[in-house]
Write a new protein. Structure first.
Lengths: 197, 426
């Protein structure tokens, strides 16, 4: 997998397949990015499981916080890593010991660890790095366009109906639109930030 | 396995717009509403807390306007956009997010006169201090930088003088200074020039001009290139510090490479105002669909008219970078290879009186103070927009007594030339 840029179909496929997401590094603080992503994904119907050894036994939005992945009593489809790049490897190593094994390792925006990614892929897991599942869900459903964000998708197909007010479906036929110099430059910058972090 | 990227004309028609998810309406509906109902108290809390994406109140966001914002961002190659009530409003919001009272920014002194007024007078009341640099002497930008400098601002093609800014060089100066480079791309439009590809971090527009293109709607836009690292030197508290307006969230940390556009929306547009009307957004969107067709015609017509004007015995000089021999011709070939725009100035040997006579004689050209219309437009700055200035100030602003500015429309070029011909006749 080329981890510099992912086809939309790859990301959409992951977000359409996984149901249970364990978020390592989830924060109970309402102003933290991990809390934003946790809450958004919970509202979009994913079963969200917070993992944070410093907060084990407490709750985020009514969800019990576990100390480590191996403490989670239900099968995990995707591990979302909200820790800096250097912490990604032991998390992947722990994920590899789970039975059943998660299908996806996802590292957050600005987080990239190629060694951890290679290990995960060798173990049959799909890997996404330097992306946020909230932003990607918003982008591929086009919800994020309400904030003026360039979704880099275009479509002449009406999206499938989605319940609720101001909810757009991820199941939308789109073709890539306007992947840009800027996006590439931004990715380079995020990568530099990530490798520094 | 990489995704295919559509071309500019495809994006001009499609970017941001999809069939309405509820009705299937294919053209973008005009959501002429002030407000949006919440699904629940929790949904409202998520919206107000920026934890979910959506609409609250049209001062902050509107689904019609959002289509325009995404389209302009896509055409410029940016990560996100924000539409505003005017180009001037866009500039106020941008600088509000960058400057604290007492800060400075460096700006080209070859700018649209309205921007010179805004920077010189209106911004002074906020204690935002402009330091002028000269695009004819690029090193003057470097010399203008001080520890208080927070940004550099230029136009891509400057209005009205036909000055093309060497953006790649200015971008390097901005990078060395660690400040964002803002480019007003109004005169070029993204069809002719994409400043982000040359190092701009923020692009602003008057949508009133070529993007809307039909002289029917005032509007402005901000595009975030996603390229500036707001956290590195911690000099931009709106982006890199916890915001008391939003329970301590840090916008750059939370929104990554589109944080600047979010800051302009949730900190500046929310609290200062000046959103675009959804109806204007609809009209401008419709205009943008034909931007590539119009710009091609605008540029073809303008080159032909500029060549004709240059050969006219009553004309002393022509300033159009599209003409071989013009001092900005090489920069035009680098930055605007598909055409040097549709606005240019020329000087009449007969001076002030000859200028007044021409604008009084023309019948197809509209005598007014706009540019970037389907119609051909003419103005004699010395007797109108710049009449309050002294002669010396007029000359420095490129608005001397002999100067006439044309914005060439998309009519038949023979008719445009015939009107100038009869207008210049004795």
């Amino acid at each position: 997998m080329n981890h510099d840029s992912y086809p939309d179909s790859y990301i959409r496929g992951i977000l359409n397949t996984v149901k249970t997401i364990a978020m390592v590094g989830a924060s109970e603080k309402e102003n933290r990015p991990s809390y934003f992503a946790f809450k958004y994904l919970l509202e979009r119907g994913y079963t969200m499981i917070p993992v944070n050894p410093l907060r084990a036994g407490e709750q985020i939005l009514g969800r019990h916080i576990y100390a480590r992945l191996s403490d989670v009593p239900v099968p995990i489809d995707m591990v979302d890593i909200f820790r800096s790049s250097r912490h990604a490897l032991p998390i992947v190593q722990e994920a590899l010991t789970l039975n059943p094994r998660p299908q996806v390792i996802w590292m957050q925006l600005s987080i990239r660890n190629d060694e951890a990614a290679a290990l995960a892929e060798a173990g049959g897991m799909k890997v996404v790095m330097n992306r946020c599942p909230k932003i990607e869900y918003g982008r591929l459903s086009s919800e994020i366009a309400w904030m003026g964000v360039n979704t880099r998708t275009i479509s002449a197909r009406k999206a499938a109906a989605s319940g609720g007010i101001q909810r757009l479906s991820l199941n939308r036929a789109s073709v890539p639109g306007g992947a840009t110099e800027a996006a590439a430059a931004a990715e380079r910058m995020e990568r530099e930030r990530g490798s520094a972090g | 396995m990489t995704d295919r990227i559509p071309g500019f004309a495809t994006l001009a028609v499609h970017a941001g717009a999809q069939p309405d998810p509820t009705t299937g309406a294919r053209a973008t509906p005009i959501y002429q509403t002030t407000s949006y109902v919440f699904e629940s108290v929790d949904h409202a809390a998520s919206l107000f807390g920026l934890q979910t994406f959506g609409n609250i109140y049209t001062r902050i966001g509107n689904p019609t306007t959002a289509v325009l914002e995404e389209r302009v961002a896509a055409l410029e190659g940016g990560t996100a956009g924000l539409a505003t009530a005017s180009g001037h409003a866009a500039q106020v919001l941008v600088f509000h997010c960058l400057l604290q009272p007492g800060d400075e920014f460096v700006a080209s002194k070859k700018l649209y006169g309205g921007s010179i007024n805004q920077f010189t007078h209106a911004f002074k009341n906020f204690n935002w201090n402009v330091v002028w640099a000269d695009p004819d002497d690029i090193s003057s930008f470097e010399r203008a930088i001080s520890p208080k400098t927070k940004a550099i601002f230029t136009e891509s093609i400057a209005n009205p003088g036909g000055v093309i800014t060497d953006m790649a060089t200015v971008a390097q100066i901005a990078k060395r200074a660690g400040v964002p480079y803002i480019v007003d791309n109004t005169l070029a439009s993204p069809y002719l020039c994409k400043p982000i590809e040359h190092g701009a971090d923020i692009v602003v527009h008057s949508l009133t001009k070529f993007l809307g293109g039909h002289g029917n709607s005032i509007g402005g836009a901000i595009v975030d290139a996603g390229t500036f690292n707001w956290s590195r030197d911690r000099r931009y508290p709106m982006l890199c510090d916890p915001r008391p307006e939003y329970h301590g969230i840090v916008l750059h940390e939370t929104f990554g490479n589109f944080a600047f556009a979010i800051a302009c929306r949730v900190l500046a547009l929310r609290d200062i105002g000046a959103p675009l009307s959804p109806f204007n957004a609809f009209l401008i969107l419709t205009g943008i669909e034909t931007l590539p067709l119009r710009m091609r015609k605008h540029c073809d017509n303008t080159l032909a008219v500029a060549q004709w004007v240059a050969a006219h015995p009553k004309v002393a000089w022509v300033s159009y970078p599209g003409l071989p021999g013009d001092r900005f011709h090489n920069l035009a070939k680098k930055y605007c290879p598909n055409g040097a725009g549709a606005v240019f100035t020329f000087g009449l040997k007969g001076g002030y009186d000859a200028g007044v006579k021409l604008v009084s004689n023309v019948k197809l050209f509209s005598h007014l103070a706009n540019i970037g219309d389907t119609r051909s437009l003419i103005i004699h700055p010395a007797s109108t927009t710049h009449r309050q200035l002294t002669d010396a100030q007029k000359a420095q602003a490129g608005a001397g007594p002999d100067v006439v500015r044309l914005s060439i429309g998309i009519e038949d070029v023979e008719d445009i030339i015939a009107d100038l011909d009869q207008g210049l006749a004795d």
